[in-house]
Every structure is written in C-alpha cells, then in structure tokens.
Design a binder for this molecule. Sequence first.
Ligand code: AMP
Length: 396
Amino acid sequence: MGEILCLNAGSSSLKFALFAIRDGEPIPAASGKIENIGLEPHLIAHDAKGKTIAEQRWTQSDNATHETLLGDLLDRIEASAGPDLIGVGHRIVHGGIDFSEPVRLDDRVLARLDALCPLAPLHQPHNLAAVRAVQAVRPSLPQVACFDTGFHHAIPAVATRLALPRALEDEGVRRYGFHGISYEYIARKLGEIDPVLSGGRVIAAHLGNGASLCAIKDGQSVDTTMGFTALDGLVMGTRCGTLDPGAVLYLFQQKRMSAEQVEHLLYSESGLLGVSGVSSDMRALLASDDPRADEAIDLFAWQIARQAGALASSLGGLDMLVFTAGIGENSPEVRARSCARLAWLGVEIDAEANDSNQSIISTPASRVTVRVVPTDEERMIAIHTADLLAAGKDAS
Ligand code: AMP
C-alpha cells in the first residue's frame, strides 16, 4: 500500500518511525530521532535491524528549524522510499473531550487542537508545530492525529471528576488520562496472546520516564492514574506524580516561587531525580550505592502497588497485571519490589522467570497472571493512520 511515517514531536526532539504497510499490516522499515533542536540538532536513523543508516549534525549557524529538519527528513525518506510515502501519523498528547478516535488533520481540526494547548502547554504546541511543519513542506501529504487521551475516552464519569467547582469542569478541568496509545496497543496485543484473560480485569503498568497505570476491563480503559495533566499519578523520572495541592500552595505562598518556577520544579526537578538527588534514570539508580537512590526506587514500587490497589478497586478485582515500557519491560528489580507489595491481591511471581524477562512472570499458582509485554506506540499510530487513509480512499 505504501509507507507511513510516525512522528512524536517534543520541544527539542523529534522521534520518528517509518513503516511499510503490507496487507494493512505495518512492517518496520526505519526509525530514529533528531535531538537538540534549537541548538545543535543531531539526527540518527537505524534500519529495522538496528544498523545506523543516517547520521547528521547541524551547527547553530545552520539555523535548522523544525520545518527545515522535517523537510530534510522527508527528503531522505522519499529518496529511499520513492513516491511510496502515503501519510504521516502523529502522536498528539491531547484530544480533549471531542476527539476520542484518530482523526485526519486539516486546518479546522488543527484550530480545535490549538484550543487545547492550555491543557497541555509543554507538549501540545510542539506536537502541533510538527504537523504544521509537514504541512508547510509537503502540503498535499495526508496527516493523521492519534491522541494519548483517546483510549480513556469512555471511562466512567466518576473517574473523570475532580472535586472542584462545576464551572471548572465545564471548561475542561477534569481527569483525562494519558499514555493511551500505549495502552491501546497493549489491550490489542493481549487480545491476541491471551484472549480469555484479556477480556477480564487487567492493570497495565506503563513504566518509562513517564509512568502511569491503566485499569482495563473488556479491552476498555475504566480508570487510570494520570489525570488532568501527565503530572498526576505515579512518581516519574522527573515529575512528581500525585501531590497534595497544599504543597503547591506552600511553594507559592511561603517560598514565593513564580508559576514558571513551580512548573519547572514539578515537571523537571522532582520524581526519581528529586528524591534520589542522583538521577532520573532507573538504570543509574539501580547501579548507585547512594541510599537515597534505593529510597527513590522503593517509593516508586510503593506507589505502583498503592495505586494498583486503587485501580483493582475500580475493576472490582484483578486477573492480570502487565508491565511495559523501559522500566516495566527491563527491570526485574522494580517488578519484584512492586509485585511483593501486591501479594494480598493474589500476585505471586516466579523469580527465575522475572529475572530473565519472560513474557509470563507469575507462578502457575498465582491468582493474578503477571505478564511483560513490550509496547509499540509507533506501530499503533501506523495502524490507525493506514486504516484512516484506506477508509478515506474507499469513501471517495
Ligand atoms: P522509556 O521512557 O520507556 O524509554 O523508559 C526509560 C526508562 O527505562 C529509564 O528510567 C531507563 O533507565 C529505564 N530502563 C531502560 N532499560 C532498563 C533496564 N535494563 N533496567 C532498568 N531500567 C531500565
């Protein structure tokens, strides 16, 4: 059918993945990232086997913008893929209450997504800037938005509500949930590999630099730990997670911090980094002999268990626990520590299976099946983009 480029754009980085679509299935062709945009950008790309196929550095005097860098990336892809590039799929953090499904991007949709920037000021403007940059250099190339909030669209109203005056809810101050593209992928994958239990009560733990839990019932999200923003819920690499709002008032009133300072503290100086004083990176914490690193790991595991307990209540029990993303897929230590705290729910893991990152890490006697499932957000974006483009063709 052709090739699809998936983009995940941040303020100074752009991750990309190229898929060839064969019989509706995405086949990985290449992936990579451009980092340090705005200063001295650095592009690196690998083929599907991990071999480096392109690398380039720009200096500040090159004045490389998002637009010129995306133009360069598209030139390279078209030079290798020829006229086969049929569309671009984007990870867009916020779809608000209107966009529950992926949508073809045009000026009207972009304007509605612009209006959501105040709800995700650190991510949404950069996601949309990448759409506009592609629009500027390839105006006729179809683009599709996939939303991190989309999978949580149908969670019960009670799980969306913040106990603030209703007028604020009416203007969108409510819980949305994020990491939805990852959770949708996991829910689909479970349907393939474990069709019986995937229809039951599942908690998926997306544990990466950003971290959250999602309660999934019959393949649908019914509760999740992130809320109005991606600050809520678990302790993360540099984000604070669930916090007493009184602590934020203290920062303003007693510490006399500005809104920008508080934002920076909560998003970039807190979490594992803030607690350990060592690193935001789990590998570095696990390797450290600083006792504060161990305390940070312990807090992370304690919160996973504590919030999994809350989600088990939303599900009315638990049949399966799934670990995914950088930490979830690779850290036996974090999985062991959090599962030990969930023994009361019937979670029992097999140390050997856990240590060797097997796909099932629970014992045969465990009441809850515990799995490790690698996530693939780019593949999910490619599937949606291919489906939407194919549907558009059929309709015309
Ligand atoms: P992600 O955001 O999904 O890329 O995940 C990044 C996080 O995964 C970082 O905290 C890494 O330290 C962590 N991570 C990656 N590999 C490992 C590993 N082998 N053991 C522990 N943590 C890991």
